[in-house]
Ligand binder design. Structure first.
Ligand SMILES: [Fe+2]
Length: 543
C-alpha cells in the first residue's frame, strides 16, 4: 500500500508484470480466470462496460485497496490501477492497456474510456491492483456506422428495488449469452430508507444505508450496496450496458427544481441533493456523460439501428394536474433535448430509430376505471385516490411535448420509430397515437418492460399474480385505451428486444417469484412491429 503515485513500469513490476508476454502467463494462472463474477478483496463491486462506440468502450470498476476505503467513507489511499483489454478471455492477446489513478475523491471508482479498438468486436477486460486481478468482463464495440448489421439483441430492464426481492432478471439475462447490449431505462436503484418501499409490505432483504439517501456519502453507499448483488455484477460483466436515469436515482417524481420525495425544510436544498446524487452516479455507473453531466445521447449499430437515450428528469417542468397538462409552456424534455431528439429521429440514416424512454409516452386514460382499481393503479401511477384522468409524471402530463414530437415525425414522414420504456412496473405493447394521428395510423410503437422487482398491481391489491382482479383490470385498461394492444399488470422480469432489417420484436419474460434468488423466468408474450408501419402484431413464442 502506498499513497505515492506509481509510474506504470513500477506498478507492473510490483504486480510481477513487465511485458505483454508476462501478462499472458500471469493471466492463465491468475485469479481472473473464467470466474467472471467472483468478488476479489480488492474488486468486490465487480466490473462493467458501457456506451459502445465503433472503436471504443467505457470500462468501470471500483477498488477497495484497504479496509478503511469503504464506499462513502472518503478514506483510504490514492492508488494506481492497471487495465487491460484483450482479444481473448485468457488475455493471451492484450490489445490495449494502461494505468489510471483513483482515490477517495472519487470514492475509489475507476472509469476508462478506451479507444483504438476494432468496430463490432468482442473483447475481454480486467483491472489489476497490486497482486489482485478483477473479475474478467466481456464486452463489445459497436459496428461501424455504415456497416450492414443483420441483427441486434438487447436485454431491456428498469426498476430494480433491492428490498422487494432478488435481481433474478439480471441473472437470467446474463445467462443467455446472445445479447449485444443491456438497455436500462432507469430506477437502477431507489432512494428510500428500509421499509419505506419493499415487497408489498415485506422487506425481502434490507438495503444499505438503512435511511433514505440524501448526502454524497449516502448515495455512494447505496450504489456500492447495489453492486454487491451477484446477479447485477454478473450482468454488468457479461455485456455492455446503455443506461439512463429516471427519478429514483435522485428522489421520487423528480423534476428540474425538486421532487415529490424531497422536503427542503427538513432535507435541505434540492440542488445540493441533486449534485450529490449525480456525482455518485457519475462515479459508480458505466456511462459516458456529456458536457455539464448531461446523459441524453445516441448509440448506433451500423445501418440497422440507432438508439436515442432520453433524460426526462433534469429539464422537466414540475408535475401538474387538470388542464395544466396541456400548457405548451411546460416541458418534459427541455427545449435543447427536444430539438436534438426531433432532428436526430428525422435525419437518422439507420433503419430503426429506437428511443430509450424512461416514462411511458402512450396515452393512458384511467378516468373510467372503478374505484377498486383506481386505488392500486393510482398508487402505482402516483394518482391521488380521488382521481385524475392521467398519470402526470409520464408524457401524459406534458401533452404539448408529445404532440410536438409526434407532429414532427409525421410531417417528415419518419417511420420505424420504437419507444422502449420502463417506470410503470408492468408490461405493455402500445401503438403511439395522438389526436392528430387518430387511432388508425400510429406514429410509433412502444414496448414497456416490467420492473425487475418493484411493486405492481397484484402487490398493491394483495392478490396472487395473474389473479382474476388483475386480469379484469388489464381488460378494463385496454377497453379505455384501444391503442394499448396488450398489458399485463402483475409480472416482474425483463424484455428481450430482437432487431432485424425486417422487424423489431420484444419478448417479455416474467419471474415465478421475485422474493427467491433462484426463481425461474418464463416467456409470457411477444409483439413486433414491421418496417414501414407502426401497427404492432402479436408473435408466437420463440423456437
Ligand atoms: Fe420505478
Amino acid at each position: 500500500m502506498t499513497n505515492a503515485p506509481l509510474d506504470r513500469r513500477t506498478l507492473l513490476r510490483a504486480a510481477g508484470l513487465t511485458t505483454g508476454a508476462t501478462l499472458a502467463t500471469i493471466a492463465a494462472a491468475g485469479p481472473a480466470g473464467s470466474a467472471a463474477v467472483a468478488a476479489s478483496p480488492a474488486f468486490r463491486h465487480g466490473v462493467a462496460s458501457g456506451d459502445p462506440l465503433p472503436g471504443g468502450i467505457l470500462l468501470w470498476t471500483r477498488v477497495t485497496p484497504t479496509e478503511e476505503a469503504q464506499p462513502g467513507s472518503g478514506a483510504g489511499p490514492e492508488v494506481e490501477v492497471t487495465w487491460q483489454v484483450a482479444a481473448d478471455p485468457d488475455f493471451a492477446s492484450v490489445v490495449r492497456d494502461g494505468v489510471v489513478t483513483t482515490g477517495p475523491l472519487r470514492d475509489h471508482t475507476v472509469k476508462v474510456d478506451v479507444d483504438g479498438l476494432a468496430p463490432g468486436t468482442t473483447y475481454w477486460y480486467r483491472f489489476g491492483l497490486r497482486q489482485d486481478w478483477s473479475p474478467t468482463g466481456r464486452t463489445m464495440t459497436a459496428p461501424a456506422p455504415d456497416a450492414a448489421v443483420d441483427r441486434v439483441r438487447v436485454g431491456v430492464v428498469s426498476c430494480a428495488n433491492w428490498e422487494a426481492g432478488y435481481f433474478a432478471a439480471y441473472r437470467h439475462l446474463a445467462a443467455r449469452g446472445d445479447l449485444n447490449l443491456v438497455l436500462h431505462l432507469g430506477d437502477y436503484l431507489y432512494e428510500y430508507g428500509t421499509g419505506e418501499f419493499d415487497a408489498g409490505g415485506t422487506v425481502v432483504r434490507a438495503v444499505r444505508p438503512a435511511h433514505e439517501v440524501l448526502t454524497l456519502a449516502d448515495y455512494r453507499i447505496r450504489h456500492a450496496h447495489y453492486k454487491t448483488d451477484p446477479d447485477l455484477r454478473a450482468l454488468h460483466a457479461a455485456v455492455p450496458w446503455v443506461i439512463t436515469w429516471d427519478d429514483h436515482e435522485v428522489a421520487n417524481d423528480q423534476w428540474a427544481g425538486g421532487a415529490e420525495n424531497h422536503t427542503p425544510a427538513t432535507e435541505g436544498s434540492f440542488a445540493a441533493r441533486l449534485a450529490a446524487a449525480r456525482q455518485a452516479y457519475a462515479e459508480w455507473m458505466p456511462v459516458r456523460l456529456g458536457a455539464g453531466g448531461s446523459i441524453y445521447r445516441r448509440v448506433r449499430f451500423g445501418r440497422l439501428a440507432e438508439l436515442s437515450m432520453l433524460d426526462l428528469r433534469t429539464y422537466r417542468s414540475v408535475q401538474a394536474s387538470g388542464t395544466a397538462v396541456d400548457d405548451p409552456a411546460r416541458t418534459i424534455t427541455g427545449d435543447d433535448q427536444m430539438s436534438w431528439l426531433k432532428q436526430g429521429l428525422v435525419s437518422s440514416t439507420a433503419r430503426w430509430k429506437l428511443v430509450g424512454n424512461p416514462v411511458m409516452i402512450s396515452r393512458l386514460d384511467v378516468g373510467t376505471l372503478p374505484a377498486w382499481l383506481l386505488g392500486p393503479l393510482g398508487k402505482l401511477l402516483g394518482i391521488p385516490a380521488n382521481g385524475f384522468a392521467v398519470n402526470t409524471d409520464q408524457w401524459d402530463g406534458y401533452n404539448a411535448d408529445r404532440d410536438e414530437l409526434v407532429d414532427h415525425l409525421r410531417a417528415a414522414g419518419t417511420k420505424d420509430v420504437v419507444f422502449l420504456t420502463g417506470d410503470i412496473h408492468t408490461s405493455w405493447a402500445n401503438e403511439l397515437v395522438t389526436r392528430a394521428t387518430g387511432p388508425g395510423a400510429p406514429a410509433a410503437a412502444e414496448f414497456v418492460v416490467p420492473s425487475v422487482t418493484s411493486d405492481n398491481v397484484d402487490d398493491f391489491l394483495g392478490t396472487s399474480p395473474g389473479g382474476p382482479l388483475s386480469v379484469l383490470a388489464a381488460g378494463i385498461v385496454r377497453a379505455a385505451n384501444p391503442h394499448v394492444r396488450w398489458t399485463e399488470l402483475d409480472g416482474h422480469g425483463y424484455g428481450v428486444l430482437d432487431v432485424t432489417t425486417q422487424r423489431c420484436r420484444m419478448d417479455w419474460y416474467h419471474l415465478a417469484d421475485r422474493t427467491r434468488a433462484d426463481t425461474a423466468a418464463r416467456w409470457v408474450a411477444a409483439w413486433s412491429v414491421g418496417t414501414g408501419s407502426s401497427k404492432i402484431r402479436r408473435e408466437s413464442p420463440p423456437a
